[in-house]
Structure formats: C-alpha cells, structure tokens
Design a protein around this ligand. Sequence first.
Ligand code: MN3
Length: 240
Amino acid sequence: MNRKSFLSASAVLSASAILPINSVLAQNYQENGLDKLTNEKGEFQLLNLPYNKNFLEPYMDEETVYLHHTFHHGGAVKGANKDLQMIRKAMDEGNMETVDYWTRKLSYHFSSHVLHTIFWTNLTNKKTEPTGKLLKRIETDFGSYEKLKTYLSKTSKDVDGNGWGILGYQPYADKLTILQCENHEKLTQWGVIPLLVLDVWEHAYYLKYKNKRNDFVDTMLNILNWDNVAERLNVAEKLS
Ligand code: MN3
C-alpha cells in the first residue's frame, strides 16, 4: 500500500468508523468520486457488502440481506453485462431490430446496480443524525431535518409498486431534492446525484416485514448512515 492509498484508507476508516470492516465501496468513492461499478476489464461487477450479512440485524435480517445482495443486486449486474453484450452483437451484425429492447434493459439493470451500490453504504446498525454542512443544507432546502424525514418517508412509502425513495443533489440548482423512483429508472430528474436511497422493493423487506412497508421504512430511517450521506454530498458539490 503506497502513502496515498494508506492515507486515504485511514481517512475512510475514520470517516466511516460506523462500518465494521474496511469498505472497498467507500474507499473507491472517496478516491475517484464514483461508486465502484466495474472491474479492470470494464465489466460491471458485484462487490462484497461493506459489512457482514448479519450487521444490520435485527433491523434488516441476514437472510434478506443475503438474498437481496446476491440475487437481486447480483442479478442486475449479470443482466447489465448481458445487455451490453447484446447491444454490441446487434451493432456488429448491423441488426437494429432488437437494440431498443436491450437498451431499455440496460437502463433498468444499470440503474439497479448504481442504486444498490449506494444503498449498502447508506445503512448502518445504529442511529446517526446529519450534522454540520449536510444539516445546514437540509434546513435550507427542506426547513428542518424532521421535515425532510417526513417528506422522504411519505414518498418512499407511497411508491406505486416497486421502487425507491431518493435524496439527491441537483447540481444545476445547487440544491438537495427528493425523488420518488419507480422500478430503478423511472421518474428520475436528469442530473440529480443520489446521496441516500431507500429500497422499497418487496425483496428488501418481505421476509421480515411481510406487507408492512411502512414499518420497514420507519426502521430504515433509524439506521441511516448520515456520515456516508455527508461524504457523498462533499463529493457531489465538487461536480457543480
Ligand atoms: Mn433491491
């Protein structure tokens, strides 16, 4: 490990002390300003979770985390690689008949990969609260932390079907904003950089919470890693 990566790894450890093990996800984000979605060959890859599968117990059970990470997030990674291959194949063969199908699939799978990668780092197993600059921004853009929580909670609980509640940074307006996203890619605002994402697909909670999505969202709001959100805001602001 050279000096730069040592210093950076130390910074990650102190900034993300809430995470129990060294997180490749957090480290790459801090060094490069982007989540680590691809390997050295440029293929999409599924990284290990930034913590053990039982770390979020009892709020999110080990089996749900295992299934969610391995098959839902992992499935999206496999899907995105296949979609890209199929798009290349279609172009090589000069056959454009199926290309819109694979392009739509890629949008779905790739968006799922991005959001899940952020999601794992957004959670921890104890209560944290936004402080400093992040809290100031929340107060300016939403009135107060309590109001933000109410807004984020309502939009997450009321997603039609499967989807996400998202707190993002809109660089055009230099503002924090809330999105309610259907599936992984609908109802987006182009340009928004997601800072905090709440997965409200049934696979995220059904084993433990059954049909009680509201209880799951209420629980998640108590285990959000606001230090991670603050790190993400720091990086996002530099892009505006
Ligand atoms: Mn999911």
